[in-house]
Design a binder for this molecule. Structure first.
Ligand SMILES: [Ca+2]
Ligand SMILES: [Ca+2]
Length: 251
């Protein structure tokens, strides 16, 4: 099988983007907003807390959890302006689910990805209610972005947060260790323009169906990022073809 005679070389983003060793901002998939070591996106439709949690629940990504005053301020500032573009600035419409709940009715909260109780909370006056039925937490315009608890079936906006790892991708080489320009054909989900392998890898990472990607060099500095619905092991090896100006990466 293909994997037996292919050596896997690990390459870093240094090679991939060919630009520099350090980045001030993470490289986020298209449509996501970079802040510190994470990427953020507003879900464009209102939905209940469970639905928002499910939509955001992908590898490395979850419903947003503000972990500091700075992150709270960033999330509310950016997401409020995006919500306003969709529904206007009515105080009753601008509410954003976060990844925290109060199902034990202690008011102490449980937040996605946080061990134990969260170190940062931002309750508004009069919240939390420690009664049953108000178990999911939202940021609310009427409290200037501070938190209130709410029935989990209410429909609000939500936002996802994706941690950015220094994720490495596998570039496949032949038995002599040389890179083989090759790509997986007939498995594409979508094509995007991308600066390099990290941007393309993030896009693949953010797309649940994406298991690998092709990076096509088109002209001098244009790259096309092609997301595939199968990895090299899952796909029929016949579709992994030698193609000049194309490189293939398993996620
Ligand atoms: Ca966070
Ligand atoms: Ca509760």
């Amino acid at each position: 099988m293909l994997v037996y005679y292919i050596l896997t070389l690990i390459i870093s983003y240094v090679w991939a983007d060919g630009v520099s060793f350090q980045r001030e901002q993470p490289v986020c998939p298209p449509g996501w907003l970079a802040w510190q070591d994470a990427c953020y996106i507003l879900l464009p439709d209102k939905m209940n807390w469970w639905q928002a949690k499910t939509v955001c629940d992908r590898p490395g990504s979850s419903l947003v959890v503000p972990d500091s005053q700075e992150e709270q301020d960033f999330i509310w500032r950016e997401m409020r302006s995006r919500m306003e573009k969709i529904v206007g600035n009515s105080t009753t419409k601008l509410q954003l689910w976060i990844g925290c709940t109060d199902f034990d009715n202690t008011g102490l909260l449980t937040c996605i990805g946080v061990q134990g109780r969260p170190g940062f909370t931002k309750w508004s006056k009069g919240n939390p209610h420690t009664d049953e039925g108000q178990d999911c937490i939202r940021m609310d315009q009427k409290y200037e972005g501070r938190w209130g608890d709410s029935g989990c079936n209410a429909k609000h906006f939500g936002a996802c947060e994706m941690r950015v790892s220094r994720r490495l991708y596998c570039l496949q080489a032949d038995a002599d260790g040389r890179f083989t320009p090759q790509c997986l054909l007939n498995h594409e989900i979508k094509n995007l323009t991308a600066a390099g392998v990290i941007g393309c890898g993030q896009a693949c990472w953010a797309e649940p169906r994406c298991h690998s990607f092709n990076l096509w060099q088109k002209g001098d500095d244009k790259k096309v990022c092609q997301l595939n619905n199968a990895s090299s092991i899952e796909a029929d090896p016949a579709f992994l073809k030698k193609v000049e100006s194309c490189n293939f990466f398993d996620l």
